[in-house]
Design a protein around this ligand. Structure first.
Ligand SMILES: [Zn+2]
Length: 217
């Protein structure tokens, strides 16, 4: 190798070194962060609250929603602020059409007083020997929304809705009140038109009138 070729090789190395260094640093910074808890069915309370920080490469299948690609990581969520100032976080994949839909509903005069999206917790699935749930909810991946929880409660023991249903979360269902949800309200129709299902129409023992998610529950 002549002196000219050698200096060209050195030049290339010097030019590419910062790129390699940057790529390496970016990989190191690719950390997934989330706060989580377990729902205990005996005490009916959140237990074992903790902060998780791990490399993305170490995520388990349980920490991802296979169909959307969304994960429990805070880094996959977008902060949304609606035109009336209501704030929530949800998975970036669904954020744009959801934000547009909610803002259109507000322009039409619909009441959207509160929205909860991303909220990580093991609140579903089988119960372990300590009475704790073992699977992440769709809220954990930022792919579910609770709208106006104060007047659209979650009921158990509820097929179909009647006086025997037990209110488990949120406020008593008031479908005819402003902000109350039922199948003919513009908010429910608009969400169904963009691919969400409504928790008020869940088959089975629960009715979750505040809840919307593309996969149902
Ligand atoms: Zn929900």
């Amino acid at each position: 190798m002549g002196i000219r070729q050698l200096s060209l090789a050195s030049y290339l190395i010097l030019c590419l070194l910062p790129v390699f260094t940057w790529a390496n640093t970016a990989a190191q910074e690719n950390t997934c962060t989330y706060h989580t808890y377990k729902w205990n069915v005996q005490s009916k309370s959140a237990v074992e609250r903790r902060l998780v920080e791990k490399p993305y490469s170490a995520l388990t299948p349980q920490e991802r929603d296979a169909s959307s690609g969304c994960s429990v990581c805070l880094e996959d969520q977008l902060q949304i602020t609606l035109r009336n100032g209501v704030k929530f976080k949800m998975c970036a994949v669904l954020a744009e059409r959801t934000e547009t839909t909610l803002n259109r509903l507000l322009v039409r005069g619909e009441i959207i007083d509160s929205v909860t999206g991303y909220r990580v917790g093991l609140t579903r699935g089988d119960v372990d020997s300590n009475g704790n749930r073992t699977e992440y909810s769709n809220h954990s991946f930022g792919i579910a929304l609770d709208i106006n929880a104060d007047m659209n409660g979650l009921y158990g023991n509820c097929i179909p809705f009647n006086e025997g249903c037990e209110l488990r979360k949120g406020g008593r269902w008031q479908p005819n009140y402003f902000g109350g949800l039922h199948k003919d309200k513009p908010t429910v129709r608009a969400f169904k038109s963009i691919g969400y299902k409504w928790g008020g129409e869940i088959k089975g023992r629960q009715k979750d009138f505040m809840h919307f998610s593309p996969s149902g529950y």
